[in-house]
Design a protein around this ligand. Structure first.
Ligand SMILES: Cc1ncc(COP(=O)(O)O)c(C=O)c1O
Length: 293
């Protein structure tokens, strides 16, 4: 077993982009096998490496296995995926991906940006929650979102992280985070790790919000994770609805339009926080009911 290590970047976007580009460039004939819903930063990194890429259908393990079967065991392969998907709120079958990677001799790279701080006993993420920490080779996470600061990281075995530190251009050729920011990150990690009660309230608030949506017959997607998506299917209507929420109800939801989602899948994405009170969640559900009907 190799010692774990990590490297900090100015953002998780930069981490994804530069780490995947660096790995691809330095691994001859490397093949990326990428989930269809992967984030733009991962797509950019794989593209910049100029290596081959095959996309597997979102969370489709049969398709992933089919692709792996066509490759020789000697060819370097990296399976790139997210643990919690930012737009659909789906969760990856992490243990199945790890099992396939082991069977077909592939590395695994997972973006946990939407999971760190929110899942796992100490907020370590979904990989920790499902007990797969030893099975994923590289884990990317953010210090923004749940941690409320800024910055990103990649964690993995010491030799892999050392390699990234020595070769990743997005690490070498940029100013590092200032000490004040790092102090805030350290404090935030301590708080997130030591306050499971906040995480419990967070998940309880999501359950309340979805119960209200169910009672009001408001259809939504994403029952697995904390991301609730109300598909509108039209960019203009989506913008009008979010404007009405803001100006008539004092609630800010960002409209999610193309290119963040495909045309026809324009949505309102809702993430209630641990700091929201029940009455605010009720107000939100009522306001949604009003503007949608
Ligand atoms: C899945 C995913 N990965 C990476 C990022 C980038 O994270 P950061 O804001 O730390 O650059 C985002 C969005 O911010 C994201 O949704």
């Amino acid at each position: 077993v190799q010692k774990p290590s990590a490297i900090v970047f100015n953002s998780s976007y930069l981490a994804n982009q530069t780490v995947l580009a660096t790995l691809g460039r330095h691994m001859e004939h490397c093949l990326f096998i990428s989930d269809a819903e992967n984030h733009a930063s991962m797509i950019e990194g794989m593209r910049a490496s100029k290596r081959d890429k095959i996309i597997f259908r979102h969370n489709d393990m049969g398709h992933l296995a089919e692709i792996l079967q066509t490759q020789s065991p000697e060819r370097p392969k990296i399976i790139a995926f997210e643990s919690v998907y930012s737009m659909s709120g789906t969760m990856a079958p992490i243990r199945d991906i790890v099992a396939l990677a082991k069977q077909y001799n592939a590395l695994t790279y997972c973006d946990e940006v939407h999971a760190v701080g929110l899942y796992g006993e100490h907020g370590g993420g979904l990989i920790a929650q499902v007990g797969a920490s030893d099975g994923v080779d590289l884990i990317n996470g953010t210090f923004a979102k749940a941690f409320g600061v800024i910055g990103g990281f990649v964690a993995g075995s010491e030799p892999l992280i050392d390699f990234i530190r020595s070769h990743a251009e997005g690490f070498i050729f940029t100013t590092s985070l200032p000490p004040s920011n790092c102090a805030a990150i350290i404090k935030s990690i301590e708080t997130v790790g030591n306050e499971p009660e906040t995480r419990r309230i967070f998940h309880q608030n999501i359950v309340l919000f979805r119960k209200l949506l169910d009672q009001m017959d408001i259809p939504y997607q994403g029952r697995d994770a904390h991301i609730t998506r109300i598909v509108i299917g039209d960019s203009q209507r989506c913008k009008t609805l979010t404007d009405r929420l803001l100006f008539e109800h004092g609630i800010y939801l960002q409209p999610i339009n193309f290119p963040t989602v495909a045309r026809g899948e324009e949505s309102m994405r809702v993430i209630v926080s641990a700091r929201h009170h029940d009455f605010q969640i009720e107000q939100l559900a009522l306001a949604l009911k009003t503007v949608l009907s």
